[in-house]
Design a protein around this ligand. Structure first.
Ligand code: SAH
Length: 222
């Protein structure tokens, strides 16, 4: 696979996007220099197929990526990442690899990323792109409702699809002191929740408002 070029034009478009995202984070009372730096580094236009008009790759918008799924809006990526407070070498579990963009951002920030995708087509495509970009996350084709017990516990978890409820398996696989960021709600809108595991048995919940995601579905799809 050959990656598209990443010239000054795209870097300039990224700078504009980063400025916009930074402002939106500030308006929400959030900040995370690390995620902004990663967004400046990671070429988002690599995650679209060649039929896509690349002039839109740095709009603050979600776009279709195949299999009826979408690449998340850059602001949403930044917001979820900021809420997780990602540190270098954190073990992060992502549910919903999708295009692989969020995964690349986390890798760029120095996290050890484990990511699960239930759509075979997206699992295959994102695997190739991330590999060619030089990122080395552990990707899995499977059902994120189960988490990844073999690699638990995780410091951080990010769910990038709308979950009807918080799966128990995910709570169990979170470290004490760990953070899970998950959009919860079964309609077209979800509430962005940050769950902090404060002890073996206790979890604290904070609400960061309304977002809109594709649904978290059971099982896998070929
Ligand atoms: N993080 C992605 C967002 C993709 S959209 C990105 O940066 O592009 C959400 C993804 O979650 C979709 O690809 C969808 O197939 C996947 N998904 C939905 N339910 C899932 C489940 N139970 N397990 C794993 N992935 C799931």
């Amino acid at each position: 696979m050959r990656l598209r070029n990443d010239g000054l034009k795209f870097q300039g478009m990224r700078r504009q996007l980063v400025k916009k995202v930074k402002q939106l984070l500030e308006e929400a009372g959030l900040s995370d220099e690390g995620v902004l730096k990663a967004m400046q580094e990671v070429p988002r236009h690599y995650f679209f197929d060649s039929t896509f008009d690349m002039k839109y790759a740095y709009d603050n918008a979600a776009f279709p990526i195949g299999a009826g799924q979408t690449i998340s809006q850059p602001y949403t990526v930044a917001c979820q990442t900021a809420l997780m407070n990602v540190k270098k070498r954190d073990k992060v579990l992502e549910i919903g690899t999708g295009s692989g963009y969020q995964c690349a951002i986390l890798c760029e920030m120095g996290a050890k990323v484990f990511s699960i995708e239930r759509q075979k087509l997206l699992y295959d495509t994102s695997q190739k792109i991330l590999d060619h970009m030089g990122y080395r996350p552990r990707l899995f084709y499977g059902d994120g409702y189960k988490g990844k017990p073999a690699f638990a516990p995780f410091d951080k978890m990010i769910v990038t699809c709308g979950a009807p409820y918080i799966p128990d398996a995910l709570k169990e696989q979170l470290k004490v002191g760990g953070i899970m960021v998950i959009p919860v709600g079964s309609g077209s809108e979800q509430r962005m929740l940050r769950i902090t595991r404060t002890s073996e048995t206790e979890f604290e919940e904070e609400d960061f408002g309304v977002f809109s995601f594709v649904p978290m579905l059971e099982d896998t799809n070929r």
